[in-house]
Write a protein that binds this ligand. Sequence first.
Ligand SMILES: Cc1ncc(COP(=O)(O)O)c(C=O)c1O
Length: 454
Amino acid sequence: MSDETVKYLLPENRIPKSWYNIVADLPQMPEPVLHPGTKQPVGPADLEPLFPMAIIEQEVATERDIEIPEPVRDVYKQWRPAPLYRARRLEKALGTTAKIFYKYEGVSPSGSHKPNTSVAQAFYNKEAGIKKLTTETGAGQWGCSLAFAASLFGLEVDVYMVKVSYGQKPYRRALMETYGARCVASPSTETNAGRKILEEDPENRGSLGIAISEAVELAAQRDDTKYALGSVLNHVLLHQTVIGIEAMEQMEMADADADVVIGCAGGGSNFGGIAFPYIGRNLREGKNTRIVAVEPAACPTLTRGTFAYDFGDTAQLTPLTKMHTLGASFMPPGFHAGGLRYHGMSPLVSHCKELGLMDAVSYNQVECFSAAVQFAQAEGIVPAPESSHAVKAAIAEALDAKEKGEERTILFCLSGHGHFDMQAYTDFFEGKLEDKTYDEALLQEALSKLPNVG
Ligand SMILES: Cc1ncc(COP(=O)(O)O)c(C=O)c1O
């Protein structure tokens, strides 16, 4: 292959045949999930109102390789394997001595990595005879991805979309409706959780924690309805590992190996997707690839949160998981990377951070948009506001390598495109975008309310 190759492409028959389960390689098991009432470890029966058994089994699985069902691989063919790019034009623009590679997940039908799990979740629910799925969405990427997957498997979907994003991103809602889903601004009057919040605060702009409460409440009420989560849980990160598995093979095609692997982290799914196969390789083969999660400074779960048991939602309906959290009642300020506005973090990512298997950094939104524009002008792809955090960190790494005169190979996950987020870019160009800061007193208050698990 010529030295100037830009895209490293795999044929359809190289779509991975199994997902990678990092639990098999961890030196220490993560803490169990606890029942919100009894504070005892949950059993499969506790999770059954929300998820089909095949997904519950994946949530607690310990084997390393978990087979991807053929119908899921069939749907993956619509866009997978996703391309790996060498960012040659960005490297030139930066004048860096580093090599920058990015795994581009924006080629999926809905424009992000999210269908890697929505397709699997829709498949398992269909197999279990489920008729309808409920879910939350922040910026709308997950809602669109579940709507897309559900349309292929003939399932209905109700999406509770965080109100601030519902107002900012009307075309995301239109896309969900195009795929046949119903999209409701959250908090809504359709649930007890939503009504209670609106009574206390009619102007509430919503959060992922609230939207999850609404979706969970409705799913738990009906036998033919289950809940689907777009991030955080073990099975979601498992499904996303196709990103890292493919990327590793493509890096070999490029005759390169990553010194540092970067992903933005909201609930941790695209990050886990690209990073876990590398963390596993570090653990099994004694390699030293540096792993970096990037989060928004306005919602700094991994860098400022407490590692403790907490609820996944605001109304305290979900089981308790041990994770980095800002407190389930914490309301992050309304910034543009809606998919990163979550108080908690994947328990598996949190566990890896505690074990010292990875680092985390945070950046403000203005510097991330600035990096995204620089990336778009060099590479042509407009990053999603969430992905811009990974872009910013990758550029910072490349400039650091340049300053030190080092060769460094950087791999990052470009988790989605920003075609539905152009209002955010317009705000940035007009100087209307501000760096939001969270209220330290409110953060301390939310942390003081963490559940006591004894
Ligand atoms: C494009 C994109 N990247 C990243 C994220 C953050 O989610 P996660 O941390 O689960 O990858 C989102 C969430 O909506 C997203 O839409």
